[in-house]
Design a protein around this ligand. Structure first.
Ligand code: HAM
Length: 430
């Protein structure tokens, strides 16, 4: 609240639309999930990479594709003070590819495997599971074109879902071909859409001549209906792509990795070749993809790097956390011990004692001054502290401190040097 003359003005700030805070106790589930991902991905040889949140705009236009929704409508783009066009990253793959080439990472042993976590930015219409700032955990592997790599990465995603306790995730799989077979497929699409074109939305009419594949991921209802019965890409794969897909499926069967084939899975980014996949859940409403990815064998070359096949995926953290929340009862951390003090000398003693106990590994809360013993004990109770130490004048004189176990109500007095042993005993019994 501020005052201007006699007028009171209420100021109330909130985060921008579609952008949210992550608060305790929810943050604990984020931290655990990220830790599980890092531990698991390292077992498959992935190392962390940290790329900037901003990049030159061109990087996203060239990789994601000029006629995609992300590039056409969703990027946060601005000019920096020198007039360069800069964009807040809408996804992580383009930045990792740029870093891979910039630092000549192809010179190291192949395959090179990276994981990353962090915020991404897309100016989308916010709704359940769709935000303007959202977090991804992603992985990218460079330098291996064999389908065994595809099988490994998809299985790793599945193992991650299992490791965090998520069940009922469906793995959808497709192949969208390569530069050899895609022209044939595009022609088949052009032929199919030709007579219906006037009924499509203006965006799809434009996409028809620019990139008809993009019509396949338009979300407008009448376009979805008009697409019904359109040619499917697996029927148009060249021998190389078809063999790759068959070999991948064989490996997934051997790994007992359940999946469903989805011949309509084209993904909303232009850089994919061959394998595409999505992990979906029926508990997420319309934004059902909790993770998605695929191969992008041409992107490194298109960015000016050496011909390097690559594959990766990204997990949408908010959607993942929504699913985890359904089955987790989140609790705030509970202090092991609360130190209540009466008077300045005791307060200083308590301050020092708290530091000593924290060094021994305990979670200790203290009294910050001013309140009566009764209200300090009420605070300890509200925090659900397991144990209380009380220091006052008597305790300072005698060198003994009062303790109370707030769970079983046992209490007593103890020499200061024996505190950590009584704390240990009481916490172990609790
Ligand atoms: P994507 O499908 O655009 O792929 O995003 C991956 C995941 O991020 C989605 O499945 C979803 O869970 C989450 N996500 C996307 N947009 C939003 C949003 N607005 N709000 C909340 N969550 C969202 C990529 O980003 C590719 N870079 C994945 C990849 C890596 N492909 C190869 N390597």
């Amino acid at each position: 609240m501020i005052r201007r003359g006699k007028e009171k003005i209420q100021l109330r700030y909130s985060a921008p639309k579609g952008i949210h805070d992550i608060l305790p106790p929810d943050i604990s589930i984020w931290q655990k999930t990220e830790a599980t991902a890092k531990e698991l991905f390292q077992k498959y040889g992935y190392q962390e990479i940290r790329t900037p949140i901003i990049e030159h705009t061109d990087i996203f236009i060239r990789s994601i594709g000029e006629n995609t929704d992300i590039v056409e409508k969703e990027m946060y783009t601005f000019s920096d003070r020198a007039g360069r066009s800069i964009t807040l990253r809408p996804e992580g793959t383009a930045s990792v590819v740029r870093a891979f080439i910039e630092h000549n990472l192809q010179n190291f042993t192949s395959p090179q495997k990276f994981y990353y976590t962090g915020p991404m930015f897309r100016y989308e219409r916010p709704q359940k599971g769709r935000f303007r700032q959202f977090y991804q955990i992603g992985v990218e592997a460079f330098g291996e074109r064999h389908p065994t790599m595809d099988a490994e990465i998809i299985t790793m995603l599945c193992s991650f879902m299992k490791a965090i306790g998520l069940e009922g995730i469906n793995f959808e799989l497709n192949s969208i071909g390569c530069e050899k077979c895609r022209p044939d497929y595009k022609n088949a699409l052009l032929l199919f859409f030709k007579d219906k074109l006037d009924n499509f939305c203006p965006d799809c009419q434009r996409r028809y001549s620019l990139n008809p594949l993009r019509i396949l991921d338009c979300k407008v209802e009448r376009c979805i209906a008009l697409r019904h019965g359109s040619p499917l890409i697996p029927e148009h794969l060249c021998d190389d792509c078809s063999n790759h897909f068959e070999e991948l499926k064989e490996r997934l069967r051997i790994l007992q990795m359940p999946y469903t084939l989805n011949p309509e899975l084209v993904r909303g980014l232009d850089y994919y070749t061959k394998t595409t996949f999505e992990a979906t859940s029926n508990h997420l409403g319309s934004q059902k993809a909790v993770a998605a990815g695929g191969r992008y064998d041409k992107l490194v070359e298109e960015f000016g790097g050496p011909a390097t096949p690559a594959i990766g995926f990204a997990i949408g953290m908010e959607r993942l956390i929504t699913l985890l929340m359904e089955k987790t009862n989140l609790l705030s951390p509970v202090p092991d011990c609360f130190i209540a003090t009466i008077g300045k000398e005791a307060e200083l003693k308590g301050l020092l004692l708290a530091e000593q106990l924290r060094e021994k590994g305990y979670h200790v809360e203290i009294h910050y001054g001013g309140a009566s013993l009764k209200s300090q004990l009420r605070r300890a109770d509200r925090m659900d502290s397991r144990f209380v130490l009380i220091i006052g004048d008597d305790e300072l004189r005698s060198g003994k401190i009062k303790w109370k176990n707030l769970k079983n109500k046992e209490q007593g007095e103890i020499e200061i040097e024996d505190i950590s042993s009584i704390l240990k005993n009481n916490l172990e019994r609790y």
